[in-house]
Design a protein around this ligand. Structure first.
Ligand code: ADP
Length: 561
């Protein structure tokens, strides 16, 4: 029975058929041709039906076909059906000797059983043997009929058919082996693909579960801005930002436009080009970008982050945007700032009164005993320190510092601040130097920038406990002014330098050394510089000193302060 067929798909189709159908299909071509030969013989050589051998051959062909149809092939082993092609050789042999000598070419019928045997799973040697001997049986009778005067030509023509059939069988064998190899490769590829498919289905399920379990909204977009994925949490957040619901037939790329979003201050509507998904589709990557979803008591503060996806050539391929609801955190921070601002405000009034009264007592002609005057001076110094601390707390807690920039000569401001710090520097054995071009114009609030300079200078002196040099330099470059304060003091690690602008941060060394401070000065300094649309950076090395660089706009950037 044929195990392979002309193509793997046909082979698969053939295998899917039952054993009986397979046997019938293998026998059908020969039975059909013999039937056609019988019909042709009826008209061409009617006398042939008087020949018993011919009739016997037809009967045998018919019986073989009936056997194919009736026998329960599924109950037999795989080689049993091969008896049919063997009997076919005998039936063809009978047909050939039954027809009149003038009827040509019936030996060629042997090709049908040869194909069957060659394409079967029979071992190669057996199938080649049958493919040669079967046709030999068919081509021998004419040879015998010429006995004893057999010529070389007779022997040659008798061997021609078996040799041709053997060649056909070899060709079929080669083709079968080739097909089988191909099929094996295809099956292996198929198995691999199925395994990969199963794996990717598992991964997809896992990813879906993660996406729906996490408490953050997630949106994935392609390079055109079309949404590829929106998880349930994100749909909830978007529902909160579209109280009337999103229009039904809305293009996925336009969902964000329809949302009611506000910028970080919670008041100004967020422009379309500032919206997180839009920014992400422009290839921007960002983190901690705070926006407000919706309005009224239901509104949510959302911290967003985006990461671009790029293909192997580095081209923008899409982006993933993450939305994290931080309303609780933002409200807690605001409540803390409110509390701080109220408490410090309330503390300032009695403190001012204490300082005023101490000033009056100490400055007046009250003839205080020296010891009492000394004690009162200590109380005065500490109260002033307390007032500075309370003022710093108030400043750091207030949502916005009033800043009024105007055209200011920084060289004068630097001179003034350096002059004020001289006494402190001398006491700490620090030499204070300034190298600033005159004039140096910048668009700043002189009062607030004085605060910045005072803070940087007092830190530079305070954190140079063994004395040293503090240098203030400045230069104007490309519409910007660079102001730098360098010291040769205790310095700090780069990890500490990255945190110095955080509220209440103090380095471990400073805490251990007992140098006074609360960690608010630099956060206020940074807030002031930010309000000038400038920037401040710190570089430092432990034991070698620190550098603080402030960059400010030289011209009016015309912002809304
Ligand atoms: P404070 O000086 O009151 O602690 P700041 O906000 O001014 O608060 O400074 C925060 C921290 O940064 C300091 O405690 C110190 O650890 C570090 N720091 C600031 N300036 C310097 C400096 N010039 N050299 C070394 N460390 C510094």
């Amino acid at each position: 029975m044929a195990e392979t067929s002309l193509a793997p798909s046909a082979d698969r189709f053939f295998r899917a058929l039952g054993p009986r159908t397979q046997v019938i299909l293998c026998q059908l071509p020969l039975s059909f041709v013999v039937f056609a030969v019988a019909i042709a013989a009826y008209f061409a050589w009617p006398g042939v039906f008087g020949n018993g051998v011919f009739l016997m051959s037809l009967g045998m062909h018919a019986l073989l076909f009936l056997a194919c149809v009736l026998l329960p092939w599924e109950k037999f082993g795989p080689y049993v059906p091969l008896f049919i092609p063997m009997f076919d050789f005998i039936a063809i042999w009978l047909t050939r000797i039954g027809v009149p000598p003038g009827v040509p070419g019936l030996g060629v019928l042997a090709i049908f059983p040869v194909i069957w045997v060659s394409a079967s799973s029979l071992p190669a040697r057996s199938s080649l043997f049958l493919s040669f001997c079967g046709p030999l049986l068919i081509s021998l009778p004419p040879l015998f009929s010429r006995l004893p005067g057999v010529s070389v030509a007779d022997v040659t023509s008798a061997l021609l058919l078996p040799l041709m059939m053997l060649t056909v069988s070899i060709a079929i064998r080669f083709a079968s082996v080739n097909l089988r190899l191909q099929q094996r490769v295809l099956e292996a590829t198929d198995r691999e693909m199925r395994a990969l498919f199963e794996e990717s289905k598992e991964r997809e399920k896992l990813l879906d579960t993660i996406l729906e379990t996490v408490d953050v909204g997630i949106v994935a977009v392609n390079a055109n801005g079309d949404r590829l994925l929106t998880n349930v949490r994100q749909s909830q957040l978007e529902a909160a930002a579209s109280p009337e619901g999103l229009p039904g037939a809305l293009a996925v790329s336009r969902i964000e436009e329809q949302l009611t979003l506000f910028s970080q201050d919670g008041k100004s509507p967020l422009a379309p080009d500032k919206r997180p998904v839009y920014r992400a589709t422009q290839g921007e990557s960002f983190a901690d970008y705070l926006v407000w979803f919706g309005e009224g008591p239901q509104r949510r503060a959302i911290s967003t982050a985006a990461r671009s996806l790029r293909n192997d050539d580095g081209e923008f391929n899409g982006a993933v945007v993450v939305f994290n609801d931080v309303t609780g955190l933002v409200e807690a921070m605001a409540a803390k700032d409110d509390f701080l601002s109220n408490v410090t405000h309330e503390l300032r009034t009695p403190l001012n009164s204490v300082i005023g009264n101490l000033d009056l007592v100490l400055d007046g002609e009250h003839g205080l005993p020296p010891l009492a005057a000394q004690r009162l001076e200590v109380a005065q110094r500490n109260t002033e320190r307390l007032l500075t601390l309370v003022s710093d707390l108030l400043l750091s807690a207030s949502a916005s510092l009033p800043v009024h920039p105007r055209r200011t000569d920084l060289s004068g401001l630097v001179d003034f601040c350096v002059g004020s710090a001289q006494e402190h520097a001398a006491a700490a054995k620090v030499s204070l130097l300034a190298d600033v071009p005159v004039p140096l114009w910048a668009q700043v609030d002189p009062l607030r920038l004085g605060q910045v300079l005072d803070n940087l200078l007092s830190n530079a002196i305070k954190y140079s406990p063994d004395g040293g040099t503090v240098r203030v330099t400045a230069r104007a470059e490309a519409e910007q002014v660079y102001l730098r304060v360098d010291d040769t003091g205790m310095g700090m690690t780069s990890a500490d330098a990255a945190q110095v602008f955080n509220r209440f941060f103090r380095s471990r060394e400073v805490l251990q050394s007992g140098i006074p401070g609360v960690g608010l000065g630099l956060s206020i300094t940074k807030a002031i510089v930010d309000l000038h649309h400038g920037s401040i950076t710190c570089t430092s090395r432990p034991g070698e000193g620190s550098s603080f660089t402030v960059v400010l706009p030289a011209e009016d950037p015309s912002p809304a302060y």
